[in-house]
Ligand binder design. Structure first.
Ligand SMILES: [Mg+2]
Length: 360
């Protein structure tokens, strides 16, 4: 190896590649290029098969700049080894963007609206179509992975979280907004391994805002790092919530009673954007100080829970206990002081868990 690589390169260094007048011949340039390309390829391959690390070193050392390229390949390999889910996250961003384009196109057209659990729990063909696009695309690339998708669950699939890498998908978070063309709808893709959330991608497609969060690596919106407001005084806070789709008078009464208790602390105000994922991302941006909801599902909150946590926020159960993805309850806030104070004020509505397990 050293002899082959060293030959023409050394000759060039000593001017031996030149013609009689000292200029380089085209044959000399081509030979040198071939050797350099060969060395680069060999170093790259050897970096992926470290059993031949000595060969890799000698090959790299035979070309000064190739040593740098070899080092860069090693770093890239180390990153992949350190973060085995980066490829999945990159793919989630691509798929969310693609899905968001379909959702935005569908917003321009007439749509047929169907109902699920009750007359105010809406679904459209676009919800179902987009979920199929997302799941089939991911399955093709990661065939061994598992899925929990809102519309698949509505069609009878299970929603139990296993240790297997699992994609938790809401194809349109904010279907009522979508139906009314109220411009806040999001594609939400969360990812868990060993029942722990690893990353989340929320694409608020009408706003063209791509929110991402990777465990331990921060949260971003269109590449800009996110940070919660840090507000600790609830009397200075703006709180987001949703009233949900139940119109059972007893449930509605509790929802409003909860809001009343918070408003009378007093707080600055309450807002409802119409999508849990975007509400949570707004807490991540610092645009709101907290968000709570009782009655949502794992696909509404999986992705954004990572985003808001990575932006420095706290995520807890609405009872004040630890966050439980399957509990159908959440409080997220810019500080634990605010999160705990909200928990203290909330009356809990009993609901069936997403995984069907009984409450403790
Ligand atoms: Mg949905």
């Amino acid at each position: 190896m050293a002899r082959i690589v060293g030959g023409p390169v050394q000759r060039r260094a000593q001017g031996w590649d030149g013609g009689e007048d000292g200029s380089e011949s085209s044959g000399g340039i081509a030979a040198a290029t071939c050797v350099r390309v060969y060395a680069i390829i060999r170093v790259s391959i050897l970096n992926y098969f470290p059993a031949s690390a000595d060969d890799s070193r000698s090959a790299a050392e035979s070309l000064g700049h190739t040593r740098l390229q070899g080092a860069s390949a090693t770093i890239s390999k180390q990153n992949t080894m350190e973060d085995p889910w980066q490829e999945c996250m990159d793919y989630a961003v691509t798929i969310a963007k693609k899905a968001g384009t379909v959702v935005c196109e569908a917003l321009k057209a007439e749509m047929a609206v169907m109902v699920k659990s009750c007359p105010t729990d809406l679904v459209t063909e676009t919800d179902q179509k987009v979920e199929k696009i997302i799941i089939s695309s991911i399955k093709e690339k990661f065939p061994s992975h598992s899925f929990i998708g809102e519309e698949s669950v509505a069609a009878g699939a299970g929603s139990t979280l296993s240790d297997n890498p699992t994609w938790i998908i809401d194809p349109i978070d904010g279907t009522t907004n979508f139906v009314h063309k109220f411009p806040f709808v999001a594609v939400s893709i969360g990812f868990a391994v060993n029942k722990k959330l690893e990353f989340g991608v929320v694409y608020s497609c009408v706003e063209d805002k791509m929110y991402t969060g990777r465990k331990g690596k921060g949260a971003f919106c269109n590449g800009q790092k996110l940070q919660v407001s840090g507000q600790k005084d609830i009397t200075q806070s703006l709180i987001l919530t949703e009233v949900g789709s139940s119109r059972n008078p007893d449930v509605v009464k509790v929802m409003f009673s909860n809001m009343e208790r918070l408003l009378c602390i007093p707080i600055h105000g309450i807002r409802a954007v119409g999508t849990a994922a975007v509400n949570m991302c707004l807490v991540a941006t610092g645009g709101a100080d907290a968000y709570y909801e009782i009655g949502i599902h794992c696909w509404d909150m999986a992705a954004a829970a990572v985003i808001v946590t990575e932006a420095g926020g706290v995520v807890i159960d609405a009872t004040g206990g630890p966050f439980d993805l399957m509990s159908r309850r959440i409080i997220t806030a810019s500080s634990s002081v605010i999160a705990e104070r909200i928990a203290k004020e909330l009356q809990i509505i009993p609901l069936e868990r997403d995984d069907g397990e009984k409450e403790d």
